[in-house]
Design a protein around this ligand. Structure first.
Ligand SMILES: C[S@@+](CC[C@H](N)C(=O)[O-])C[C@H]1O[C@@H](n2cnc3c(N)ncnc32)[C@H](O)[C@@H]1O
Length: 293
């Protein structure tokens, strides 16, 4: 695992990120929210700095949505208007070699933080999932599935020079090697039941987040709670510890709390971290009111 990272580092120019994420790496992430029962937390700061402070095998599952590196000054369509595709400095590509070295680095730390039978979900578009898939294999994860998330109402393709982008990919992988005694969680029967008593396929049609999921504010790449809930229902048990190093508006945390799982998240941008905190406060209150008779 480490040798893959070292090889990649030797082959490429040293990482020289001048954006905020690199600068913030020096600082210790700050806890900005803790659940009422004290078992879930959100940190503001750099994911690598947070991960370095956590012990091995801290989490049963990781669900994350890292930078896609798609902010290339192109345009997209939002609410019928042409607008920039740029999401922020955190999403700018530094070239494929450096982007891959970045993916190897954080995915290696995730490997250390997972329990021996833990699983990881990483979402992405074509800009990033080839690198993520290769890095997962270089590090020693075992790929379990690629899930195609199909969006029923994608924005139209304004350039008309290729097909409309209407999917994102989720890669699901485990640390447990084939035939080992460590069995990763797959709640097969529950997924079959949800799917009308038929085996669930790897193409999931789920709507993008609606206004009800944006009542506390918006994140430019916010994921639907239903998408992450489906992943966590499949791969975790109540009480399991779920981690998201690139938490954004903390959708992973909302899904985890809704399902009675514990959550740790990290987000570097102050405004997104504040939005995540608001959503977690609401989800925590909601889950407490449901569990209190
Ligand atoms: C694709 S978005 C995640 C969106 C999230 N899934 C949601 O539903 O809101 C990636 C997030 O990673 C954050 N990020 C980028 N670099 C980071 C770093 N080094 N440490 C922590 N967070 C980082 C960005 O600010 C951004 O909010």
């Amino acid at each position: 695992m480490r040798s893959a990272l070292r090889r990649s580092r030797r082959a490429n120019a040293p990482i020289d990120r001048t954006d905020t994420s690199h600068m913030a790496r020096q600082k210790t992430p700050k806890e900005i929210w803790r659940s009422d029962d004290g078992t879930s937390t959100l940190y503001r700061g750099d994911q690598l700095a947070l991960m370095a402070s956590l012990p091995d095998a801290s989490f049963d599952c990781i669900w994350t949505d890292p930078p896609y590196f798609l902010s290339n000054n192109g345009t997209t369509c939002v609410a019928g208007r042409r607008t920039t595709v740029n999401k922020g400095a955190w999403d700018r590509s530094h070239g494929i070699d450096e982007d891959h070295a970045f993916n190897l680095e954080w995915l290696s730390e995730c490997y250390r933080l997972l329990t021996p039978a833990g699983t990881i979900w990483v979402s992405g578009t074509q800009h990033v999932y080839f690198s993520v898939g290769m890095a997962l294999q270089q590090i020693g994860y075992r790929l379990l599935n690629d899930i195609v998330w199909e969006k029923p109402n994608p924005p139209p393709n304004l350039g008309c020079r290729c097909f409309t982008h209407s999917t994102e990919m989720l890669l699901w992988a485990t640390k447990a090697s084939k035939g080992s005694r460590d069995r990763y969680t797959f709640n097969y029967k529950e997924m079959k039941k949800i799917n009308g008593d038929r085996q669930m396929k790897n193409v999931w049609r789920i709507a993008a987040p609606g206004n009800n999921e944006k009542q506390h504010g918006k994140h430019p790449t916010q994921k639907p709670v239903a998408l992450i809930e489906q992943c966590l229902r499949a791969s975790t048990a109540p009480g399991d510890r779920v981690f998201d190093p690139f938490a954004g508006s903390a959708t992973t945390g909302v899904a985890a709390l809704n399902l009675g799982r514990r959550f740790v998240g990290c987000e570097i941008e102050t405004s997104f971290a504040r939005l995540g905190r608001k959503r977690l406060v609401a989800a925590d209150a909601e889950s407490n009111s449901v569990s209190t008779p």
